[in-house]
Design a protein around this ligand. Structure first.
Ligand code: PMP
Length: 439
């Protein structure tokens, strides 16, 4: 294992995704909500490997489905139909809201977002896209330009026509609101101003994460997404909800928009669609927008898009969700276990500024001072030496829980199949470790 780590350091070009890893470690295997390293240390996975592995590690039915597919067809048949691709598209279309009945597969979330935006631009003949500050839409050139997070840009210019707006986020309100309703109203007024200024006739799409994920699980106030729906209807703008992180059961609903009963024109997905067993993403498109391409093909796609192995895992994953009644389990876990326990943790620790979330999609915002809300770490991607938050993640690892932190956010996003006693065990350990850290 020493040579693997040495060669890993020597030959692998690492990116910010590894910035918070507690210590150099090789993941050697896993089962359910646990994984282990090559030395046999076992960890409770409280991040689902970047909010991805919704069915946990090595789910027997997923492995079985993959083996069956490997034995029958692994050819990525771009120019022919395959049974897994058709079946996956139908299962997804049946679960998306409204008439989002056409599914276009991609390799991951970033290219799903890029294709969604191109579909919106081509179908409207317009060029501008509005996206939210603090959003994350991916790491490829286009999806990164659409991302509203300055930490991730250096000096390179992005794609043209992207205009940013502030979303509602009462805890750090850009509008100095006093309550959620006021925050919602002001955020909508602000968006309407921007639309007026940019000229709605030039705006192809409003792209939003239904719940902002990477930048701190920002659950929008009720009414916000519906108001965006109304604005889009008024101006003929395509509403794209990025559900790469929030989709496929993470919130206890197939899609987070279902919680507010809102139907966008396009939904992007990845990660949870097949519980991250092999790369897969995609775009669910309304009949109306798809109809625009009835006479002329959409000029997009990729060599591996709709790969039979990937699609077979989506079919298996969705079927497991249904047979195990996972959506209601996730909703109840969120309401009955996570929320009350996180409230206790907040009461126990001054460094917890706010808790936010839905289902098994939660964040604790860690602050130096509750009054000033100063984050426990500076916002940035500079490679820094040890800081209290990395001490915290290391100590959690030592106590057997693997947590994901980003900036001053501590995510609580275990695999959705986690058992209650493990959920409580992990939350108890986080509570205890927080007592020992001086932020
Ligand atoms: N959109 C959202 C909302 C995401 O959370 C992510 C990944 N964290 C992406 C897009 C990009 O997906 P991928 O990493 O699969 O390219």
């Amino acid at each position: 294992s020493d040579s693997i780590l040495t060669n890993d350091k020597k030959f692998v070009f690492r990116s910010w995704t590894e910035q918070n890893k507690a210590n150099p470690m090789i993941i050697a295997g896993g089962n359910g909500a646990y994984f282990w390293d090559d030395k046999g240390n076992k960890y409770l996975d409280f991040s689902s490997q970047r909010i991805n592995l919704n069915l946990g590690h090595q789910h027997p039915k997923m492995i079985e489905a993959m083996k069956t597919q490997l034995d029958s067809l692994t050819t990525c048949a771009q120019i022919f139909s395959t049974e897994p691709r058709t079946n996956a598209a139908k299962l997804i279309a049946d679960r998306t809201p409204g008439d989002l009945n056409k599914v276009f597969f991609t390799n991951a979330g970033s290219d799903a977002v890029e294709h969604a935006v191109r579909i919106a631009k081509i179908s409207t003949g317009r060029s501008k896209v509005l996206t939210m500050h603090k959003s994350y839409h991916g790491a490829t050139a286009g999806s990164l330009s659409l991302t509203g997070d300055q930490r991730r840009w250096f000096s390179e210019p992005g794609i043209p026509g992207v205009v940013r707006f502030f979303g509602p986020h009462l805890y750090r309100s850009a509008f100095h609101s006093k309550n959620e309703q006021e925050e919602c109203e002001r955020a909508i007024e602000h968006l309407e101003e921007i639309i007026k200024y940019e000229n709605p006739k030039h705006i192809a799409a409003i792209l939003i994460e239904s719940i902002v994920g990477s930048n701190g699980v920002l659950v929008p106030p009720s009414g916000y997404l519906q108001k965006i729906r109304d604005i889009c209807d008024k101006h003929g703008i395509v509403m794209i909800c990025d559900e790469v992180m929030s989709g496929f059961g993470r919130t206890g609903y197939w899609f987070a928009v279902d919680f507010w009963d809102v139907c966008p024109d396009i939904i992007t997905f990845a990660k949870g669609v097949n519980s991250g067993y092999v790369p897969l993403g995609g775009v669910a498109i309304s009949e109306k927008i798809a109809g625009h391409f009835d006479d002329e093909y959409f000029p997009g796609g990729g060599t591996y898009y709709g790969h039979p192995l990937a699609c077979s895992t989506a079919v298996a994953s969705i079927n497991i969700f249904e047979s195990d009644n996972l959506l209601s389990k996730v909703r109840l876990d969120g309401e009955e276990v996570v929320y009350p326990k996180l409230q206790d943790i907040k009461n126990n620790h001054q460094c917890v500024g706010e808790i936010r979330g839905l289902g098994l999609f939660w964040v604790l915002e860690l602050v130096k001072n509750r009054e000033t809300k100063e984050p426990v770490v500076a916002y940035g991607l500079k490679k820094s030496a040890s800081c209290p938050i990395s001490e915290f993640t290391k100590e959690c690892m030592r106590k057997g829980v693997s947590v994901l932190t980003s900036g001053n956010y501590l995510f609580i996003c275990p695999p959705l199949i986690i058992e209650r006693h493990d959920l409580l065990k992990g939350l108890d350990i986080i509570d205890k470790v927080l007592f020992g850290i001086d932020f």
